[in-house]
Design a binder for this molecule. Sequence first.
Ligand SMILES: NC(=O)c1ccc[n+]([C@@H]2O[C@H](COP(=O)([O-])OP(=O)(O)OC[C@H]3O[C@@H](n4cnc5c(N)ncnc54)[C@H](OP(=O)(O)O)[C@@H]3O)[C@@H](O)[C@H]2O)c1
Length: 272
Amino acid sequence: MATLLLTGASGLVGSRLLPRLVEAGHTCRALVRSEVALPDGTTGVRGDLADPDALRQAVEGVEAVVHLAALFRTTDEDAVWRANLDGTRNLITAVQTYAPRARFFMASTGNVYDAAAAQPGRETDTCSPTAAYPASKLAAEALLADSGLTWSVVRLPFVYGEGDGHLASMPGLVDRFGLHPAHTYSVAHHRDVATVVGMALAGTFDGRVVNLTDDAPVTVYEMAAFAGQPIDGSSEPLVNPWAGRMDSTVLRGFGFRPAVPTMQAAARDGIL
Ligand SMILES: NC(=O)c1ccc[n+]([C@@H]2O[C@H](COP(=O)([O-])OP(=O)(O)OC[C@H]3O[C@@H](n4cnc5c(N)ncnc54)[C@H](OP(=O)(O)O)[C@@H]3O)[C@@H](O)[C@H]2O)c1
């Protein structure tokens, strides 16, 4: 078990991951920018990724960093680059300086993959995203890989579950991005994010970028229905049926098996 720092603890993913890290026996610190309710036994360090003093305080003495903090639910592209690339650079510098033996895990995104891909996104694909969010995450991955630290990255798919509101946001995403109802996303439940972070903290895939997915991609149409907010269907052809899809063969080769194999299983078990 490790003394670790979690960034992004107030987010959809971090707020569900932190109790699991505590439950697993880790001694947890959380970098937070505001008053946030944290699980018992967690130490909050108040600060922003832009604040070197807060980062020093946050990383001194840690054995691992779980870096989730990121900005992407905004149209302010400069702010996205500042948080995701500059912020990650600041955190890497703090770890290099004050905790150089710490294992550094970062969450990235399946959005890095090319929308014109000819198969589900694979870690070996050449990615050249243009939008600020995936481009800044890809640049942050490269910084980390070059940092000299012990690192790993997981590219997350659409993460859902435990009433986080992400599925319920789907009709809004359909309107905003003009998504086809048959557009299909690879997905994973919060439980499996915790599983894969546990594998990362054990060093299972040090020095690697790996994709996480469950067993069954889901259409936007079905996701909206799971959220209880049905949308209209369409028989128009999809531009590229592979867009939004990721291949998790590499992670499975490291022994990963999803605890929540499908969204249907999550619905059945009441953990949507
Ligand atoms: N959720 C998904 O489906 C999904 C899919 C693919 C990848 N990911 C990745 O998973 C990670 C977590 O996603 P999420 O859905 O939990 O995001 P989220 O709900 O938007 O939460 C983002 C978190 O980052 C923190 N943060 C943002 N800018 C910061 C800064 N400058 N300094 C310190 N903290 C900052 C936020 O703190 P405040 O509360 O103070 O704003 C919040 O805790 C991200 O790296 C994202 O790229 C998520």
